[in-house]
Design a protein around this ligand. Sequence first.
Ligand SMILES: [Fe+2]
Ligand SMILES: [Fe+2]
Length: 276
Amino acid sequence: MRTEPADSDLKRLFVHNRSLPDSRTYAEIERIERDWIVPLVARLEETTPPLASRAEWVEALDELLARESAGTPAGHYLAEKATLRQMTSVVAEFAPDGLTEAQNFFPAIPRLPIRAQMAVMRVLIDEFGCGNLQQAHSQLYRELLAELGLPLELDAYLDRTSDETYAFLDVFFWLTQRAPHLEYFLGALAYLEASIPSAFTVQARACERLGIAHGRYYTEHLHIDTFHRKEMQVAIREYEAAHGLDPTRLWVGALLLSELIGTAFETAVERAREAA
Ligand SMILES: [Fe+2]
Ligand SMILES: [Fe+2]
């Protein structure tokens, strides 16, 4: 008799984080995070030289973004060489992100000072299409999935998503709800919003080259995340004004996200190429 492989910790973490947890599930969330994200952040903290000010954080972030703007071989492949099937595979890999876009940011709001809340809310309102379904980023992703003949329900993807993608999704639940300091979240989201206008040129180019009509999910981000990048710096400035700031924690959050999203993307392209 064939037995199904057990769900990985990171998949279970994603499912638990989206459920109404009882004390047992909550204990398992804490256990998985303690074995995974807590040591990852501790390692980054140990190996990252401390930053002295918000200005140093802005400088460090700009340098990281400039380095990453050169792209990667995987990005170049997807933009210029991938087949429609391979691009479809990458779109499917990130469906659990696209279909739930920005939902896992909300628990950060009550932990922020009011002026920082407003800046992050302006980002979130855009993510949800200013209340207009046709503009909501998850809806733009649904349209892309539909064009590629892929399922529109999250459940259809849970068994085929890689741990590398789950790590990228799971980290935000920890950052917003259990990380001891919110600066990690602010740094992580500031990095993500700032990196996307360059990173998504890859998928936007692939859509254009392959004749995919619903690439708007990507092109919309090229535009709107240039504003979100600024809002996140406003949020950080307001956080500092109200609470003071440890800029090293922002930087650790940015490095964490850079590592997790970079690995998820590389893995997605690798899997697409293997399957072809
Ligand atoms: Fe978005
Ligand atoms: Fe955004």
